[in-house]
Design a protein around this ligand. Structure first.
Ligand SMILES: C[S@@+](CC[C@H](N)C(=O)[O-])C[C@H]1O[C@@H](n2cnc3c(N)ncnc32)[C@H](O)[C@@H]1O
Length: 351
């Protein structure tokens, strides 16, 4: 990473590989179908006219997981850059606060795909990236690129003066030039209600398929379900606070094989409702003890909010949120047999 994305001190960099079992006391549920009464924390993103200035979240409307989580407090919202025709506004707005979760996720997601590949009968592993936005995780998974490269591209002189159409054409060439060889590629499907972002990700061929849907509010359509029937890994960065069990239920009901779910989640909110829902599909959630800086706070008020929220969830903000940035933890949910065969510590020794 460049200095730009590496300036936040991460006191956990040397914290080793210990991890917690999040829901290990729960036995596998009797039936995959018993999903009545799943908690509903539905939140609907909104979009607004293009501007790269962060806005205070207001009136209970979610801003972003980049900004916060359930219970919006004094967090800054970035939802105005989620549904633009290209990612330049997103990178300008989030880059200003050194948003870096996709960087931390890159190596983790690559390792998970690598671990799933041998058992996939020679087929590409299908990854469903929920809250995929402009396809950032897909770019980092399947291309010889870093988040710093993307930040430089979308905020630098190379693309500033291009029209949207010119940028899309240039990006098709750019990503093709950096794409891994065919045998190394994951098949990435993107899901995000932001239609423009999905259209961009599809146009530049970052995702193999993309769906502009909000499963919190609308049933999954047949095309989405058909496309992700063979999903092996669900990934989430920067958006977990928008999601509830409602999003996962139709996807897991539909999956032909057990699915791994890897989510980077802000410490300001609890992942427990989703972990509980995944447990009903016989997925056990392990949580890293290491934390990952997400982005700098936009204001002292936002920092105070985050520190209070982290304490309320039973964690210690010292040396993390107190040092000026939101932090996430990684939650990885897998079947117990996979956990036994590939322990978390072995699979992700740096997490
Ligand atoms: C902060 S962006 C994260 C984008 C990308 N994953 C990253 O880390 O850079 C949050 C994304 O969540 C999306 N989102 C909001 N509600 C959603 C929902 N119900 N289902 C899927 N995505 C949602 C937003 O549209 C936005 O693109």
């Amino acid at each position: 990473m460049t200095d730009k994305l590496g300036t936040i001190k991460d006191p956990d960099d040397l914290s080793g590989d210990a991890f917690l079992l999040h829901s290990d006391k729960r036995g596998p549920s009797a039936a995959r179908a018993n999903h009545q009464g799943l908690e509903d924390h539905a939140m609907t993103p909104t979009t607004a006219a293009a501007s790269t200035n962060p806005r205070p979240a207001s009136s209970g409307r979610p801003g972003a997981d980049t900004a916060g989580s359930r219970g919006w407090g004094a967090r800054t919202g970035f939802d105005h850059v989620y549904d633009q025709p290209d990612p330049r506004g997103y990178f300008q707005a989030l880059g200003s606060f050194e948003y870096q979760t996709p960087h931390h996720a890159q190596e983790v997601f690559r390792r998970l795909v690598g671990a799933l590949t041998p058992g996939n009968a020679g087929q590409r592993v299908t990854v469903l990236d929920i809250c995929c936005s402009y396809g950032i995780n897909a770019a980092l998974l399947n291309h010889n690129l870093t988040l710093a490269d993307l930040w430089a591209r979308y905020t630098g002189p190379e693309t500033t003066t291009l029209s949207v159409g010119e940028l899309v054409s240039a990006d098709q060439v750019f990503y093709a030039a950096h794409r891994h060889s065919a045998g190394q590629l994951a098949r990435v499907v993107g899901l995000d209600p932001a239609r423009n972002a999905i259209d961009y990700a599809r146009a530049v061929e970052l995702v193999d398929a993309g769906f502009a849907e909000n499963l919190e509010t609308t049933p999954a359509n047949a095309a989405l379900l058909t496309t992700v029937r063979d999903v092996r890994l669900i990934t989430i960065t920067g958006g977990a606070s928008f999601l509830s069990p409602r999003t996962f239920q139709p996807l897991l009901d539909n999956a032909e094989r057990p699915v791994w779910v890897a989510a980077f989640v802000l410490r300001t909110s609890s992942y427990q409702p989703i972990a509980d829902a995944l447990a009903r599909y016989e997925l056990v959630t392990e949580t890293s003890t290491r934390t990952f800086p997400q982005r700098r706070f936009t204001s002292p008020a936002e920092q105070r909010y985050a520190i209070d929220a982290v304490i309320a969830t039973g964690h210690d903000p010292s040396g993390k949120e107190t040092d000026g940035a939101f932090h996430t933890t990684l939650h990885l949910s897998r079947p117990p047999t996979d956990i036994a065969a590939m322990p978390f510590n072995t699979l992700l020794p740096d997490s």
